[in-house]
Ligand binder design. Structure first.
Ligand code: SF4
Ligand code: SF4
Length: 375
């Protein structure tokens, strides 16, 4: 085991390999407040990458309703239980990571899902926490809560899957940090399924190899955002690249939102893999639940998120979500518009702060036609 720095835990931790951060790290921000669970992302991904035989249960992207949605069944609560006490002392993680809690002779603490754990991808969908009493009605504030959690592979800085593979078939690309499986080396031992804390590696029973999200690397190499990001109906997603700790660039929207404004947080950072999908937490959910899911930065993240209407730069970064297929490397606020730039510095998107409003005349004199059915 080597000592590596995990900035999300604010401390060093043990990892089976030496730390080697990529030149730039693929990263995503998902705004949970905007997701409507339409599952367009899940289907866009599935029809692109996993529509073959043996892939029926494979969802590189899925969206589950928290607190009762899971895919596979109980994926997170099971590991939280195994990990035991996972407390924070302010912003330093005081518990053990999945690497530090690994049993004797193993590299990662984990568990292997069984076939039946994949039987109900939409279990718990739209189920709220708590009880709704008979006769209740909506009075402006909901009496119970739930939220939609969109999930993909986190392309972790310290991947559990990679650490556990006895064949060294899993690798992390130096140029963008995407984590891939070399199918020709894989022998289907499923150690990666067992070790991934997010259960984002799947086993294909036809090819007898493991498969996982490939970060849509053919699109990334063209300077475009992945399919799940481009197709998102709710415009909840932004993909870009996170700089190395200490090298943050305030013009980079990912650096700005994750490291400077700290509005987007990793999911279950206590697992220790340094995941690179960052979530803007849902503002209406009990803080205790959010603290366990997204770590100690929740209160600040929600406070900053709510201040967005009065912060032009922050608003600019948030407005760029879901508005261009291009991967954005820089952004700025320009009067009343948010502007995004690609890797060459060319402007690729301009979004107004307020949507323009056009009202057409009720009667079109030129064509002598009414524009509405009812005059
Ligand atoms: S497409 Fe977007 S809004 Fe729809 S479920 Fe996926 S993440 Fe949520
Ligand atoms: S989320 Fe799982 S599959 Fe993806 S890199 Fe991390 S450990 Fe590997």
């Amino acid at each position: 085991m080597a000592d590596v720095r995990n900035w999300q835990l604010n401390r060093d931790m043990s990892y089976p390999y030496e730390g080697n951060r990529p030149d730039r790290q693929i990263a995503y921000i998902f705004d949970t407040n905007k997701c409507i669970a339409c599952q367009t992302c899940s289907i866009a991904c599935k029809t692109t990458w996993t529509s073959g035989k043996g892939q029926e249960h494979i969802f590189y992207n899925n969206v589950e309703t928290k607190p009762y949605g899971f895919y596979p069944q109980a994926w997170d609560v099971k590991l939280l239980d195994m990990l035991g006490q996972n407390d924070w002392k302010k912003d330093v993680y005081a518990g053990k990571t999945v690497f530090e809690a690994a049993p004797e002779g193993e590299r990662v603490l984990g568990w292997l899902p069984q076939e039946e754990d994949y039987a109900a991808p939409n279990i718990g969908e739209d189920v709220v926490a708590g009880q709704i009493d008979g006769g209740s009605f909506f009075m402006g504030i909901h009496q119970a809560w739930m939220f939609y959690l969109a999930r993909i592979c986190n392309h972790c800085t310290y991947p559990g899957c990679l650490a556990a593979c006895p064949r060294k078939a899993i690798y992390k690309r130096q140029e963008d940090g995407i984590v891939l499986i070399d199918e020709s080396r894989c022998r289907g031992y499923r150690e990666c399924l067992k070790a991934c804390p997010y259960k984002k590696v799947f086993y294909n029973m036809i090819t007898r190899t493991s498969e996982k999200c490939i970060g849509c690397y053919p699109l990334i190499e063209k300077g475009e955002q992945p399919r799940c990001v481009q197709t998102c109906i709710g415009k909840i997603r932004l993909q870009g690249f996170l700089s190395k700790p200490g090298e943050e660039n305030p013009e980079n929207p990912i650096d700005y939102l994750v490291r400077i404004k700290k509005i987007a947080l990793p999911m279950y950072p206590q697992y220790g893999t340094e995941p690179n999908v960052y979530y803007i937490p849902p503002v209406h959910v009990p803080r205790e639940f959010l603290g366990q899911t997204f770590g100690p930065g929740v209160e600040n993240a929600i406070k900053v998120y709510k201040s967005a209407p009065n912060d032009k730069d922050l608003l600019a970064a948030l407005l760029l979500f879901g508005n261009t297929p291009r991967t954005l490397h820089a952004f700025r606020a320009d009067k009343d518009e948010a502007v995004g730039f690609d890797n060459t510095g060319a402007e690729v998107i301009r979004v107004p702060y307020t949507e323009p409003f056009f009202a057409r005349d009720f009667f079109d004199g030129k064509h002598e036609a009414y524009r509405h059915n009812t005059p």
